[in-house]
Every structure is written in structure tokens, then in C-alpha cells.
Write a protein that binds this ligand. Structure first.
Ligand code: SF4
Length: 206
């Protein structure tokens, strides 16, 4: 009984739910080495970790043969994290030219208009930032606003300025001021929660 992780599509982050769910500490987070750690001598193949992974990177093998088969599939897997964009959740390939990557451009964008501006702070190296289970268009239809994706992987100061603790996060600006933010990833099952929070936020903005 063991688990295998496909690190080609896993962002190997301390935000992984697996270690928190594992009842026998077979899957843990090694804070020193900053990596997920597997101890298959402990695994009882309860599948909790595998079911918690939003990108399907954790696999449970109940037999030696299954282990070999899964390992072979992972070894042959040509994908890399950025590929998740395309084949999961029906997301559109992102036009990277529209991504804001420096704080000067960011400041220009939010200061040159009095329209409602919604910014998504994200990090392209994190799986949950790549997965878009709820299309932005659907979230903000009928809203007169400008939407920007802001790659904060090299702009930690910006996260500090707006006190953003989790990514992805949605930040709402009006007249150059931060009106509010919705932090963290919302999967398709929590679409209603996200929409409710957005509606509440928009009531404040418009
Ligand atoms: S399958 Fe269960 S026991 Fe095994 S690592 Fe995952 S959560 Fe832990």
C-alpha cells in the first residue's frame, strides 16, 4: 500500500491538504527541506490525500503491480504544471501579454481610471493559481470593470502593501483605493460562496 506523487504537475507546496488529512503521517510536509515527504511503510491507502489534490497529482497503489503501472504513467507524463491551464476545468490559454509583472505597471493601471478594477494576484508556479474552475467572465458579467491578472511571484512587497496572505486572491480597487479583497482558491464546489462574496463586495464598490 503506497502513494506516489506526480511532481511534474504538483507544486509541492506547504499548502497541500494531504499532510493535514493523512491519519497516519505517511504523507507529511518537511519544513526543513521544504518538500512533501512520503513514508509508504505507514500508508493505509485511505485515499484521503489523493481525493484532496485539485490536480490529481497524488495516486494510491494497493499492489506492487499497481505501483509499477502508476510509476510508469508518471514517468511517461509529458505535462508540466503550466499545462494544467489547458486540459483542466476548460480554462482558456492565458494571453501572457496581459499579465502585470511589475509594480510600476500595476500602479499605472489602478491610478489611470476611476472604473472599478478587479485584480487577481497569482503565482504561475502554484497549481491552484493556474486552475481556474470558475471563469472570470462568468463571475463579473454585467459589471463595468477592468480585470487584470497580477503575477506576484516577484512582487512580495505588493502583497505586503495590500496585506494579501493567500493566493490566488481577488482585489477590488476604485478611485485608486483598495475597496476589499477575497483571498484564496475557490474550486467549482464553492462557486456560490465566491459569487456571494463578490456580490457583497460589489455592493460596497458600486
Ligand atoms: S492514502 Fe491515506 S494513509 Fe496513505 S498517505 Fe494518503 S492520506 Fe495517508
Amino acid at each position: 500500500m503506497s502513494i506516489l506523487i506526480n511532481f511534474k504537475i504538483c507544486d509541492n507546496s506547504d499548502e497541500c491538504e494531504g499532510p493535514k488529512l493523512c491519519p497516519v503521517k505517511a504523507l507529511t510536509w518537511d519544513n526543513k527541506k521544504k518538500t512533501l515527504k512520503i513514508d509508504n511503510t505507514k500508508c493505509i491507502s485511505c485515499t484521503r490525500c489523493a481525493r484532496s489534490c485539485p490536480v490529481g497529482a497524488i495516486h494510491v497503489a494497493r499492489t506492487e503491480a499497481e505501483y509499477k503501472k502508476i510509476k510508469k504513467e508518471i514517468d511517461k507524463d509529458p505535462r508540466k504544471i503550466s499545462d494544467l491551464f489547458v486540459d483542466k476545468y476548460g480554462a482558456q490559454i492565458l494571453d501572457t501579454s496581459t499579465i502585470i509583472k511589475n509594480d510600476k505597471v500595476f500602479k499605472t493601471k489602478i491610478t489611470k481610471t476611476n472604473k472599478l478594477i478587479i485584480c487577481e494576484f497569482f503565482d504561475p508556479s502554484m497549481a491552484q493559481c493556474l486552475i481556474r474552475s470558475i471563469p472570470i467572465k462568468e463571475l463579473f458579467k454585467h459589471i463595468d470593470m477592468l480585470f487584470y491578472k497580477v503575477d506576484v511571484s516577484n512582487m512580495k512587497d505588493l502583497m505586503n502593501i495590500y496585506d494579501v496572505k493567500k493566493i490566488p486572491s481577488l482585489l477590488f480597487f476604485k478611485n485608486e483605493k483598495l475597496i476589499g479583497k477575497i483571498q484564496g482558491f475557490y474550486d467549482i464546489d464553492h462557486k456560490k460562496d465566491l459569487q456571494d462574496k463578490i456580490q457583497k463586495m460589489l455592493k460596497k464598490c458600486i
